[in-house]
Design a protein around this ligand. Sequence first.
Ligand code: NDP
Length: 255
Amino acid sequence: MSASLFSLDGKTAFVTGGNRGLGLGMALGLARAGADVAIACRDLDKAADAVRAVEETGVRATAVACDVTSPASIAEAVSRTRSVLGPIGILVNNSGTSCRFRPEETPDDEWDRVIDTNLKGPFMVAKAIYPHMKELGGGKVINIASMNSIFGGPNDTAYAPSKGGIVQLSKVLAIAWAGDNIQVNSLYPGWHYTDMTRSYLKTFPDQEAAIEARTPAGRWGEPEDLAGPAVFLASAASDFVTGASLIVDGGYSIN
Ligand code: NDP
């Protein structure tokens, strides 16, 4: 297989939540493969280090203010990215949030916040970027799912439905946009160290060793573990892969 199959030279990627955690791990992977990267997040101050790290790989980077729950904010971020880096050919729908309540205790506004961020947001961002991909003659959408796309849990009342839903959204977009040469896939991270999981471990410290013990690879993931899978799904190497699910969990879900 030629190395050029994985080249992203000349492409522009838009990574929501690219300022830290898994989003930054994937942004750096795409940059190392040659893509220019827009880091889309709410707090631009928090994005400065990420932009510097992406630029150090030799590509162009920009930070754009983007709240994925706001159509106006998405439109502004997509338009700014286009004017700085050109039309967007790769979208990583990574922004996410969580809350942990049993169903009978889940406040309605927490349900809305999680579903709006994790499910409606990716839908609205994909819709806003679709014209760019159509104009380019093709594109790649990578939707970030979760182990909670497969498993439930008594406290995953809003999070699990949001992550189950994004897998179905990937399938719908994959079918609808196949004729435009746009491939849409779901990437399921297992347990990786980020701000989100560090906050979980504060409440459930014994889970750190339990998760490690269940994971055949014998360790938690790091954000850079998602770089290669993201490059695969963003590159010509995956041109006949669409509507698929790629699990990156060190074997956790098969054990
Ligand atoms: P973090 O909490 O570390 O990062 C979340 C990211 O989402 C931040 O960059 C944040 O940026 C951004 N974000 C949150 N809300 C919004 C919003 N309304 N608009 C724009 N950006 C937003 O989480 P992770 O890196 O761990 O998670 C990234 C994704 O991976 C999420 O979708 C998560 O559900 C998923 N995931 C993570 C796993 C893990 O083990 N870590 C496992 C499975 C899935 P800012 O607040 O600055 O705007």
